[in-house]
Design a protein around this ligand. Sequence first.
Ligand code: PAF
Length: 282
Amino acid sequence: MNMQAIESIDKLRLVLGSLRVGSVVGLVPTMGALHAGHGRLIQQARTDCGNVVVSIFVNPIQFDDPRDFQLYPRDLSSDLEFCRARDADIVFAPTAAEMYRRPLKSFVDVAGVTEHLCGAFRPGHFRGVATVVMKLFGIVQPDRAYFGEKDAQQLATIRRMVLDLSVPVTIVGVPTVREADGLALSSRNQRLSAEERRVAPFLYQTLQLAGGRISAGHRDPREVREEALAVLKRPEIRVEYLEIVDPDEMRPVDRIDGPVRIAAAIWLGSIRLIDNLLCAPA
Ligand code: PAF
């Protein structure tokens, strides 16, 4: 089937109405600026589903910083090529006016799981994410939806929302794709200066170091955290947070007795990078 690019909610519903009969619909929600990490999500959806819908929408209500929204990279024509080359069936790329036809009065708040980590530093961010994802689920009505593990708190939030609100969709988490030096792929990486790009892999290296301590049997999260923070202490890096959390609840643990996620956010100049590592004591 030739890929269709659709801007209108009504047209998308019409097209999907006939396609979905007897076929599994997979949704890959994105904000565009597609890279190999998104490629992995589309590839997984292609393997699992008869119909693959990729949504491209830079969602204004999840940006806590208007400048970040303004500067977010946008290149729809190359994104469409990217999706076509990966055999997507439909790209749903609405305008903000189409998605938010009237001032929004209904929002989805997922408590608890959004309290720490990015939730503590980006007020309203997860509310914006959960609301737009719920809206996309309402529009596309996918059987399966694909999200990257790099955004672990986002993934945990959406899993919780789907459970709490009985949304009939299977959420699939897809492993992070990394550059050869370990840097997690992100649309924001293209805004790093050469010097910032050189320093950026320290983030994952530090997570690996902390993960190694946990695998080696260290049970006190404070000790592991302090050690990791000491490694990240460099003039080019400003650490926003580094926490060792329960992988479902996304809240800091007092003791490492089972699997945990080490999650961190750092700033390199004006660019914010996040990453995380799932690990367990031996
Ligand atoms: O991860 C993203 O790109 C966005 O947060 C998402 C899930 C597409 C919602 O806008």
